[in-house]
Design a protein around this ligand. Structure first.
Ligand SMILES: *Cc1c(COP(=O)(O)O)cnc(C)c1O
Length: 383
């Protein structure tokens, strides 16, 4: 069945006792067993190890990504963390996109590096550079594409090949495009990671994460870490996320159409220095994006002429667009990564990977295109 049918129906049955069309919120710590011998005969024992509401969301996400199984988490960061704990031992090495979510970079450099795990931050848009970073002890590749916030794109199939030849796992952070536009497991990756906080929820209501596995073996490793570290999603959050996902494709299409119109508007504006959106032919990986994904998404960045000072004036004086972190919601958001989402990345590293001081990130929402463009036009006039 098609994506739009599955985003609504996959994993969901009417509640067997009442017929409720929406999955009930099973807000319960424990599940009473019929007898000692029939332990787990209904599938659940304790909500850290599994919860029926959460399980419905996991079944749906595995279906949408064409994976075998999914585990959900309290945040996107705990999904990234569980992936690393499942795939890396002390003394091993991981190759990570040199532009990635700021929290992913911090987790590698400030937390996991303390446990004798080595990280190389590579330009994953260049498969040759990735291949040259492989060591004998490389056991994980983590690619983020498109990357936050530079919008650099990486060839998932090419990096999956390199990872397979190195007997390593390739995990892709698929938060920006979601399985509606991009399915890493079909392109050869082993794991697809999400911050469900973003497009899956889509309404700025919850934080959550997910890891979808290609094989049962990987799914079991992730699940084991999840149960051991207690890193789970709550049934309330799973329920809200389930409601959000039902309109995922509709929101993605409308928000991406808005983003394309805004990218074109900005590219033609005399006060704009540069724009980076995968849907524009000026984007370095425009062709690759069109090949491995069926849409360009709703994230982009631009630089105002006059750099940081002009950008700050614009961000402080814009209507409709909220100056806030987060992305992927129906509300349009404007962010300054250098002071907000990527403040923990050292200045030299930011410069090296192209997170320039004047970079203004847009998460394009679902409002009227004209209103969003008018608001930008007025703010540009003040900048
Ligand atoms: C937001 C984000 C994360 C982290 O997710 P949280 O839910 O905020 O913990 C990871 N990767 C990407 C690409 C993100 O945008």
């Amino acid at each position: 069945m098609g994506f739009r049918t599955r985003q609504i129906h996959a994993g969901i049955e009417p509640d067997p006792t009442t017929g409720s069309i929406l999955t009930p919120i099973y807000q319960s710590t424990t599940f009473v067993q019929p007898s000692v011998d029939a332990y787990l005969s209904k599938g659940y024992s304790y909500s850290r190890s599994g919860n029926p509401t959460v399980r419905v969301l996991e079944t749906k996400l595995a279906d949408l990504e064409h994976g075998t199984d999914c585990a959900t988490f309290g945040t996107g960061m705990s999904a990234v963390h569980a992936t690393m704990l499942a795939c890396l031992n002390a003394g091993e090495h991981a190759i990570v996109s040199d532009v990635a979510y700021g929290g992913t970079y911090r987790l590698c450099t400030k937390v996991l590096s303390r446990f004798n795990i080595d990280f190389t931050f590579a330009d994953t848009s260049k498969p040759k550079e990735v291949a040259s970073c492989v060591r004998e002890n490389t056991s994980l590749f983590l690619t983020e594409t498109p990357a936050n916030p530079t919008m650099k794109c990486s060839d998932i199939a090419a990096i999956s090949d390199i990872a397979a030849k190195s007997n390593a796992v390739h995990a892709v952070d698929n938060t920006f495009l979601t399985p509606y536009y991009q399915r890493p497991l079909e392109l050869g990756a082993d794991l697809s990671i999400h911050s469900t906080t973003k497009y899956m929820d889509g309404h700025n209501a919850t934080v959550g994460g997910a890891v979808i596995s290609k094989t049962d073996e990987l799914a079991e490793k992730i699940r084991f870490i999840q149960n051991s570290t207690g890193s789970i999603m709550s049934p309330q959050v799973a329920w809200l996320t389930l409601q959000g996902i039902k309109t995922l494709s509709v929101r993605m299409d409308a928000q991406s159409a808005n983003a394309m119109a805004i990218a074109k508007f900005l590219e033609n504006h005399p006060k704009v220095e540069q724009v980076r959106y995968p849907g524009l032919p000026s984007h370095p990986e425009h062709e690759l994006s069109g090949k491995q994904a069926s849409g360009y998404g709703a994230m982009l960045w631009f630089e105002v002429k006059g750099g940081l000072a002009a950008g700050k004036t614009l961000m402080d004086n814009i209507d409709i667009w909220s100056l806030a972190e987060n992305l992927g919601s129906v509300e349009s958001l404007i962010t300054h990564p250098v002071t907000m989402t990527h403040a923990d990345v050292e200045e030299a590293e930011r410069q090296r990977v192209g997170i320039i001081d004047g970079l203004v990130r847009l998460s394009v929402g679902l409002e009227d295109t004209e209103d969003l463009i008018n608001a930008l036009e007025q703010a540009l006039a003040k900048a």
